[in-house]
Ligand binder design. Structure first.
Ligand SMILES: Nc1ncnc2c1ncn2[C@@H]1O[C@H](COP(=O)(O)OP(=O)(O)O)[C@@H](O)[C@H]1O
Ligand SMILES: [Mg+2]
Length: 716
């Protein structure tokens, strides 16, 4: 689906959008089944390394966000203490190698004097030995302390940011949330690398870098101090360390030389394989998979597709990593190994020149080499697999920018309604030349639609599938804004009204209603959060929606979770297998003891689900002590999954509930309801084709009359 969307965009070419076909601006690389498009930075000054400069500039640009993150972390309860403790432990930890190096130096000097003079200063020896042992113990204790501090610190930070992201996400409206750019942004905020939070990963990386610097500086200064008296010592030390720095620098190459890139695949087989995987993996498809005998077919198809794609099939990030490793045969990488030999070669040359210094420098060389190796492995651990600091900081920026994502449906300023009394007799709504296209759709869902529903009227919108009925209801509740034209509510432009006010005066049952992964009682209660704590009101709403009877029959009644959002964990042995001593693995004991349920889905029927959804809208119309704030009720095909008796009962209750409020139904059935309507809008082909009362429309003898006669005959 994504692939086709991108392909569509490619042929269309809108100004200002990223166009993968424009060869001047975009570099194309094939990585397995993926096409990587990177933007040439033609607007950059033609200085070598300017693109790297831009990468570093990213760090500076993200700095305000990183500082804000630090402030936020420090504001979390306990984090002040934990973070300080963490830093102290880290600093001590990075000093241990230098101290231990100093003792190694002392030990070497001891050996040297021993060789020269054939005597050993035992007090110094004991001192050095004790020092070295103390170092190893200290390092173990520090490691323990670090693990004790890290866990609660990580958890608190994670929890804080979970709340932060939750709030930023909950406020987004439909068109913004459905936008693929927003979706990508949200995805990266929830699923940070290594399963930890972006914030914590950043703290770790930043301290890691600082600590590496501390380690480097402290080890280097000790080394210089130890080798000061030897003429070649500093030279060899510098050689060794520059070699490890060079290794680090040359290994750190990525496939991406641009900040702006996108990757897509057009490989039919790969796309098909993903589709087949979903088909087999996702529960909703299982029924059809089984009933259609599809297992044999999908398996062959999958294997054949997989064979055709071969090694090229894979996740983009996985492949791009492999690609960058494969490509790393550069001059730098060829020079890397000989450079490692350089200190030895220099040492040999010097030894030939001045044979007298050999024993001294030999010992020192070992010392230097050891340190250099340990140092470069630290560097690798830090940078080898992880992101660069720039990318990490950019992640922090992304994290904070979620709260700045502007909603596409812009809030109005005027309060609504002016007085609560006016709600009792309903709200009027008028469409004036309204046209609407769903974001990204080519076709108009509504085209030049105009009508007026007066306050207190009962309006029924009828029409076939896809004629635009649901779209009208979505525009009234400003789920979307019209592409052209205006909507008036009580003769005021809907865009000028405060969104929260507008929505609190509407009660809507969507056609594609959903159920929240919460308890049944909460599913109903959320129709009216102000009354959510009132169990009697919830029960009342369930009764009006015709749901109380079946809810009471459920083992957990109103507390039943429709779909348990948390999966239980079980050990790896599958139920029914045998252990070494022939015992059959059976989970019923642990399940029973822990009160775990055997199945996770509740299995309500479509009609029962619909009754729950209807109960939620009734909940919204229930009033507390004050008058209900709802002035218009919108129902999108409310009886689609109900049997005829249930439908009749529902309409009776809705009519009572309504009082004299405005009510709009949509329906693809022509029946019962249309005869009571004050206004019928007959929709076809994204437009209102006929409007009037039932009698008007029958007299007119148009499409409505034709279909009515067709359906009525079938019923009578
Ligand atoms: N979320 C959406 N994105 C793109 N197109 C949509 C979306 N929802 C509906 N449409 C299209 O808009 C048109 C009108 O849909 P809708 O108002 O749901 O029709 P109805 O409710 O009368 O069956 C249809 O052609 C449908 O394909
Ligand atoms: Mg619909």
């Amino acid at each position: 689906m994504i692939a086709t969307r991108i392909r569509g965009r490619r042929t269309k070419r809108r100004p200002g959008t990223f166009d993968p076909n424009d060869a001047h601006r975009v570099k194309h690389t094939r990585i397995g089944v993926w096409d990587l498009y990177q933007e040439h930075q033609t607007d950059l000054p033609p200085i070598p390394g300017s693109s790297r400069l831009e990468t570093y500039a990213q760090i500076i640009q993200s700095m305000p966000y990183v500082i804000r993150m630090l402030k936020d972390i420090l504001s979390i309860r306990r984090c002040w203490v934990l973070l300080s403790a963490f830093l102290v432990v880290e600093v001590l930890n990075s000093l241990v190698p230098a101290v231990s190096l100093w003792y190694s130096g002392q030990l070497l000097r001891l050996v040297e004097t021993a060789i020269e003079t054939r005597t050993v200063d035992t007090t110094v020896l004991i001192h050095v030995a004790a020092g070295r042992i103390a170092c190893t113990i200290a390092s173990r204790i520090l490691q323990y302390a670090k693990s004790r501090i890290t866990f609660p610190l990580n958890m608190s930070i994670k929890q804080f940011y979970a709340g932060h992201i939750f709030r930023s996400m909950a406020r987004l409206d439909v068109p913004t949330f459905e936008d693929s750019i927003t979706q990508r942004q949200l995805q990266s905020a929830w699923t940070a690398p290594w399963g930890s939070s972006v914030a914590w990963a950043t703290v770790q990386m930043a301290t890691g870098i600082v600590m590496t610097v501390i380690r480097l500086v402290s080890q280097l200064s000790v080394l210089f101090a130890v080798l000061r008296e030897q003429q070649d010592g500093p030279l060899l030390a510098v050689l060794s360390f520059s070699q490890s720095l060079f290794t680090w620098y040359s290994a750190r190459k990525s496939v991406f030389d641009s900040l702006v890139w996108a990757a897509t695949t057009t490989n039919e087989d790969y796309i098909r394989m993903q589709g087949l995987k979903h088909l087999v993996n996702d529960p909703p498809h299982r029924k059809e998979l089984v009933a259609g005998n599809l297992d044999e077919y999908v398996t062959t198809q999958f294997c054949e597709a997989s064979q055709r794609v071969g090694d090229d099939a894979g996740d983009f990030h996985e492949l791009s990593r492999a690609h960058s490793i494969k490509d790393s045969l550069s001059i730098a990488s060829i020079l890397r190994e000989p450079l490692r030999e350089l200190p030895q070669i220099v040492f040999t040359l010097r030894a030939v020149q001045k044979p007298m210094t050999i024993p001294l420098s030999l010992a020192s060389l070992t010392l230097i080499n050891q340190t250099a190796t340990s140092f470069s492995s630290t560097l690798f651990a830090l940078f080898g697999e992880s992101f660069s600091l720039g990318e990490q900081f950019a992640e922090v920026r992304k994290l904070y920018e979620i709260e700045n994502v502007p909603n596409k449906v812009v809030d109005g300023k005027e309060p609504f309604p002016e007085n609560q009394q006016s709600l009792r007799s309903g709200i009027s709504v008028e469409f004036k030349n309204v046209s609407f296209q769903y974001p990204g759709a080519e076709k108009y869902a509504l085209q030049n639609v105009s009508f007026k529903i007066e306050a207190g009227q009962l309006c029924v919108i009828v029409g076939g599938n896809g004629s635009g009925k649901s779209t009208i209801l979505k525009l009234i509740s400003r789920i979307y804004d019209p592409t052209e034209g205006t909507i008036l509510i009580d003769n005021r432009d809907i865009k000028t009204l405060k969104l929260a006010d507008l929505r609190s005066t509407l009660s809507i049952l969507f056609q594609d209603y959903t159920h929240f992964p919460l308890s049944i009682s909460e599913n109903i209660a959320l129709g009216n959060p102000a009354l959510a704590h009132d169990a009697d009101k919830v029960r009342e709403a369930a009764r009006l929606g015709g749901a109380d009877a079946f809810i009471d029959k459920l083992p957990e009644g109103f507390d039943t979770y429709l779909d348990r959002p948390v999966r239980d964990y079980y050990s790896d042995l599958p139920e029914g297998t045998k252990t070494l001593f022939g015992r059959t693995v059976n989970y019923s004991h642990v399940r029973g003891a822990g009160g775990l349920s055997g199945s996770e889905a509740s299995g309500l029927s479509g009609g029962q689900m619909q009754r729950l959804a209807v109960s939620r809208t009734f909940m919204r119309s229930l009033s507390s002590e004050t008058e209900s704030s709802v002035g218009m009720l919108l129902f999108d095909e409310p009886s689609a999954s109900l049997d005829p008796t249930a439908e009749h009962d529902l309409f009776e209750r809705l009519r009572k509930l309504r009082g004299s409020k405005t009510m709009i139904f949509s329906s693809h059935r022509f029946g019962n309801l249309t005869r009571h309507a004050d206004l019928i809008l007959y929709m076809d082909d994204s437009a209102v084709q006929e409007e009037g009362t039932h009698d008007d429309l029958l007299k007119r003898g148009g499409e409505y009359a034709r279909i009515w006669n067709l359906q009525a005959k079938a019923f009578i």
